[in-house]
Design a protein around this ligand. Structure first.
Ligand SMILES: [Zn+2]
Length: 122
């Protein structure tokens, strides 16, 4: 793990900074340590996102994400493309009579069925 080596190096540099009693040097080391911590956090989050992406074999079609099974066929229910691409979350769409709807982001996509004219009357 490269972050472990970096942390060890920072510790060594901190010890040197302590010996020199140079305040600017100490401050710079602390700032560097904070930046490395942030990078480590970001790296962890990216790894998690990548792992999530690899659990699925998503194919975008007509603004919907379809998870393809090993035999290449689609699962019955599509996933929300907005949640998948924006938030890296696999949210199954609610299947309505004429629309697929995401309960999380309210994304609404036609399922291809034509809405009869009578349905427009309130
Ligand atoms: Zn959504």
């Amino acid at each position: 793990m490269p972050f472990k080596k970096i942390a060890d190096n920072i510790k060594t540099i901190q010890e040197i900074a302590e010996k020199t009693q140079n305040l600017e040097f100490k401050k710079a080391i602390l700032a560097l340590e904070k930046q490395i911590f942030e990078l480590e956090k970001e790296n962890f989050e990216l790894k998690q996102a990548l792992s999530k992406q690899q659990e699925f074999n998503m194919q975008l079609k007509d603004n919907l994400c379809w998870n393809l099974k090993e035999d290449g066929s689609k699962e019955e229910v599509p996933y929300c493309s907005t949640c998948w691409y924006d938030k890296n979350k696999a949210i199954p769409m609610h299947v309505g009579e004429y629309y697929y709807t995401c309960k999380v982001c309210k994304n609404k996509i036609s399922n291809g069925k034509e809405i009869p004219a009578t349905k427009f009357i309130i």
